[in-house]
Design a binder for this molecule. Structure first.
Ligand SMILES: C[S@@+](CC[C@H](N)C(=O)[O-])C[C@H]1O[C@@H](n2cnc3c(N)ncnc32)[C@H](O)[C@@H]1O
Length: 562
């Protein structure tokens, strides 16, 4: 397969693997949850590369639908790539703000996107899909990157979203009336889109000119170009006119079936009873929805002005320049959710902007009683003042809103996190930037077991950090380099570790002075810090799947991503 080459590609190709795991620190005051949790609706403030990596232990292989709306790279956005890639030269080049004068802005954009797309793919369920908004500036390069990351065989379609309601007559060449949304499945064999509910406009096409007691109907051509051996007969209309399909066309039903349909009043011969016959389809008999189409009209899914009005009404901006420019309408995201999510799905948006995705998830849950959850990432400071603020308001209620649900509040909770320190092997090894005990405990527990850590269960004096479904987990560690050098699992210590639940023990420590024989005797699995934090995942989940047979063995990062 031909692949896209761009400056810096060799450096970012595997960058997602090199990105260290970061702590995710809850900021309770900014969320709307009594107990902040990564299993709640989540907003993370931070760069999405580090944030996605930090979310992997919790969400690997669990996300049903990803929607992202990255910078379109128009040259006017003033974004700067800030990934800490290894090469200092490349870092310097990448770090400069991207504008129209920058002849390598497309290379930089590809450097931004490639590692993020790779991480996003890790998050998707087998039957999940990703939707990416983009315009002509980068659509062709994005398509190549997506082919590379998701596989061209998993390309679903390119949706055209009619984003404006009237053409721009001041345009120099063409009025750009649409954006693209590229859609890729994690595995096209397993991804099935849902039907889309009929639009008002589609419903209005159903009429009842013959007063049929079965209600409104629409009609379709009874002939087609597909060869059908029984489809060349002649029919006579009630007014006596004779009809045959035109040359190269065939009736789609046999003569017997035609007669049966006519007898049942399902053939429409036109108001004069003498036109080419058509098949009647009653609204009451068609499926609840229609197969999703690739053209999304603003009349069905909203346009950019709708989006701006929506956000202004929620956030009550005083100055028009405060309005978020690239905001999407909730009805657009709602359409994506309708096509690609179930009522209990997890939805990701790692370029969250004003939080439209969260708003759309909450609104749809309210409407259909669903329990979808959102996870949003936004790097800018407005993650709190715009993204989270919008979510706080729509949850609690917007008194001035016209929509009754929104006025009363859509309900729900969310937890707010910020990125903490990176968990680097080097900093654990050389003692620089040592995470505090709680941070490492939470991280180790989560990463090793795929389960949420509950600090209340910990008994620090006994090094016990919590009980997972399979293990009592222990962390022997102090964030002091001198002490850390002497910290080891000794036989004496091993004997003193409390048997909290009677399960096998999983012990993390910088080193051990005890033979395997004793570890076996005391049913201890030893994991050396910092090297084996991730290894534990594999051993734990493998054992787990053999004992219980139900757990998703992909929970927690794979070796590949560690
Ligand atoms: C086009 S806007 C998204 C708009 C959003 N769909 C809405 O309806 O409001 C892109 C957002 O991605 C954010 N962003 C860009 N690079 C990012 C990164 N590396 N990590 C996290 N957020 C990022 C920008 O700050 C911006 O808010």
């Amino acid at each position: 397969m031909p692949t896209l080459q761009f400056k810096g590609k060799v450096f970012v190709q595997n960058h997602h693997l090199a990105v260290p795991f970061h702590e995710l620190q809850p900021v309770k005051a900014k969320g709307l949850s009594k107990t902040p949790s990564l299993h709640d609706n989540v907003i993370v403030q931070g760069d999405n590369l580090a944030a996605l990596k930090a979310l992997l232990p919790t969400y690997h292989g669990k996300v049903k639908c990803i929607y992202i709306d990255p910078p379109y790279n128009t040259g006017n956005e003033g974004w700067a790539y800030n990934d800490n890639v290894n090469s200092p030269m490349l870092r310097e080049w990448l770090g400069r703000t991207v504008d129209r004068e920058d002849l390598t802005r497309h290379d930089k954009w590809c450097c931004l996107m490639l590692p993020r797309l790779k991480l996003l793919r890790e998050l998707l369920r087998d039957d999940g899909a990703i939707f990416v908004s983009i315009d002509d500036n980068e659509v062709h390069r994005l398509r190549c990157l997506m082919d590379e990351v998701f596989g061209e065989e998993n390309f679903v379609t390119t949706v055209i979203w009619q984003k404006v309601f009237s053409p721009k007559n001041t345009a120099r060449h063409f009025s750009e009336d649409h954006d693209f949304i590229l859609v890729y499945a994690r595995n096209l064999e397993k991804w099935v889109p849902k039907l889309v509910e009929r639009s008002e406009e589609a419903i209005s096409r159903y009429k009842n000119p013959d007063d049929d007691s079965r209600g409104v109907w629409s009609s379709s051509d009874l002939t087609a170009r597909n060869y059908y051996s029984l489809g060349t007969y002649e029919v006579t209309s009630p007014s006596g006119k004779k009809y045959k399909p035109s040359v190269g066309n065939y009736f789609r039903v046999s003569p017997d079936k035609f007669a049966e349909l006519d007898e049942d009043g399902r053939i429409w011969w036109g108001p004069d009873q003498g036109s080419m016959p058509r098949l009647k389809r009653f609204l009451s008999e068609v499926k609840n929805g229609v197969v999703p189409q690739t053209l999304w009209l603003h009349t069905d899914v909203g346009h950019t002005q709708d989006a701006k009005k929506e956000i202004v009404s929620v956030l009550e901006f005083e100055k028009s320049e405060d309005v978020f420019n690239t905001v999407k309408p909730t009805s657009l995201i709602r359409r994506i959710l309708q096509v690609a999510s179930d009522k209990d799905s997890i939805i990701f948006d790692s370029f969250a902007g004003s939080g439209t995705t969260a708003h759309a998830v909450l609104a749809l849950n309210k409407e259909d009683g669903g329990n979808r959850r959102f996870v949003l990432v936004e790097c800018e400071d407005y993650a709190d003042t715009i993204t989270a603020e919008r979510v706080r308001r729509v949850i609690r209620g917007v008194p001035t809103a016209k929509n009754e649900d929104l006025k009363k509040g859509l309900g729900g909770t969310f937890s707010y996190f910020k990125l903490g320190q990176p968990m680097r092997q080097e900093s654990l090894l050389d003692g620089s930037n040592l995470p505090d005990y709680e941070a490492l405990a939470g991280y180790v527990f989560f990463t090793a077991t795929g389960e949420e850590w509950n600090p209340k269960r910990a008994k620090r004096k006994q090094w016990f950090i919590g009980e997972s479904r399979l293990y009592d987990v222990f962390l022997i560690y102090e964030p002091e380099v001198e002490r850390l050098k002497d910290m080891a699992l000794t036989l004496d210590l091993l004997k003193k570790l409390p048997s909290v639940s009677g399960k096998n023990k999983l012990v993390f420590a910088p080193t051990k002075y005890v033979d395997q024989e004793f570890l076996d005797r005391y049913r201890v699995t030893f994991q050396q810090l910092p090297f084996q934090i991730y290894k534990a995942v594999d051993s734990v989940t493998t054992k787990d799947s053999t004992t219980k047979g139900t757990k998703n063995t992909k929970a927690g990062p794979t070796k590949k991503s560690s």
